[in-house]
Write a protein that binds this ligand. Structure first.
Ligand code: PEP
Length: 255
């Protein structure tokens, strides 16, 4: 497997944190720290912070993402935001299927599929999250769970659209818990995802697919995780809220 075919991507998932003013301040602090990155640098922020994030990142190498989008183009979906709306204001990325959406907001593999389709239709790049629960790992069905989630999410995706997808492997038991998958565990599942992409679309597509790891990645463990052959970057929650920590992870991915 040739890792040089892929450009790593480090994405922050701010979750429900930061006001627009705090967004501007954090991005201003981050920009000089990551300006020489050789990986893609993305910050995914709450909807209300998107305008501030787009303004603050203008002219820099930091790209902006939303944390979700709806599957419909428009309509009677009170409180929701469509992919076309995100595209219209200039947002390039969107996270789809984060485990917190699945856990707390009734997200299913089918709505993840539909949101992925809607985002691609609108011309957004998707960070597609998959990952097993602790109970599923203990039952030794991690591979089945992650394969099923990934296969269903990619069901309507054409090979020509894969350049617009990053897959983030995020074991649910490692998110926000301080528990990290070992580099070997994380790499094993990222490789399973890549093998599935090869099954569905062929080896060339799989070799190009960016597969991130997410789950308590921080400035201390990033080097080892990102050094694994099938891990092409990270989706970072807690550590993305501190510019120096996030920048240290970006630096580890830029080696
Ligand atoms: C996440 O929210 O996607 C995540 C990985 O969070 P944390 O880094 O805090 O575990």
């Amino acid at each position: 497997m040739n890792k040089t075919l892929r450009k790593p991507a480090i994405a922050g998932n701010w979750k429900m944190n930061n006001t627009p003013q705090q967004t501007t301040a954090l991005i201003e602090e981050l920009k000089p720290l990551v300006k020489d990155a050789t990986c893609d640098v993305i910050v995914c922020v709450p909807y209300i912070d998107l305008h501030a994030a787009l303004a603050a990142t203008k002219g820099s190498n930091v790209m902006v993402g939303a944390e979700n989008c709806h599957w419909a183009e428009s309509g009677a979906f009170t409180g929701e935001i469509s992919a076309a709306m995100l595209k219209d204001i200039g947002v390039p990325y969107v996270i789809v299927g984060h485990s917190e959406r699945r856990q707390y907001f009734g997200e299913t593999d089918l709505t993840v599929r539909d949101r992925t389709r809607a985002a691609l239709n609108a011309g957004l790049k998707v960070i597609l999250c998959v990952g097993e629960l602790k109970e599923q790992r203990l039952e030794n069905i991690t591979a089945e769970v992650v394969r099923m989630q990934t296969k269903l999410a990619l069901k309507d995706v054409l090979e020509s659209e894969l350049d617009n997808i990053i897959i983030a492997y995020e074991p649910v038991w490692a998110i926000g818990t301080g528990l990290t998958a070992t580099p070997e565990q994380a790499n094993e599942v990222c490789a399973i995802i890549r093998d599935l992409v090869a099954e569905l679309y062929g080896k060339t597509a799989a070799d190009k697919m960016v597969v991130q790891y997410g789950g308590s990645m921080n400035e201390k463990n990033a080097d080892e995780l990102l050094g694994q052959p099938d891990i092409d970057g990270g989706l970072i929650g807690g550590a993305s809220l501190v510019a120096a920590k996030f920048a240290a992870i970006v630096a580890a991915a830029s080696k």
